[in-house]
Design a protein. Structure first.
Length: 121
């Protein structure tokens, strides 16, 4: 078996320099901002972002419409409830008036009987 030969300092420096050079070469090989492929990708990203914004706006409008519909239903429900309560109050008032009229009628009948009894004596 051969003995392990460790990398020396110069070997490590060479490897680091080569890695930097490879990285720099890869960076230089990338297309520039005026390349049609880059421009096409940017246009696609822009279209996707605009579509996303449109969907967000659509959902927001739908939520606002739903909230308005619910508020309208709630207002109608409250109006109906107020109308029912007003009708119930009016019925109570009418019942109280009928009761007072009945009491007055009964009192008048009682007074008439009393007056007839007094007239007979």
């Amino acid at each position: 078996m051969r003995a392990y030969k460790g990398d020396g300092h110069t070997d490590r420096l060479k490897a680091a320099a080569e890695a930097k050079r490879n990285l720099l070469d890869r960076f230089r090989a990338q297309p520039g901002p005026d390349d049609p492929a880059v421009q096409q990708r940017q246009a696609e990203r822009k279209a996707i972002a605009e579509a996303r914004e449109a969907r967000i706006a659509e959902r927001k409008a739908a939520r606002e419409a739903e909230a308005a519909r619910k508020a309208e239903e709630e207002a109608a429900r409250k109006a109906e409830e107020a109308a029912r309560e007003a009708a119930a109050a009016a019925e109570k008032i009418a019942e109280a008036a009928r009761a007072r009229a009945l009491l007055a009628e009964q009192k008048a009948a009682r007074d008439a009987r009393y007056a007839a009894r007094k007239a007979r004596r």
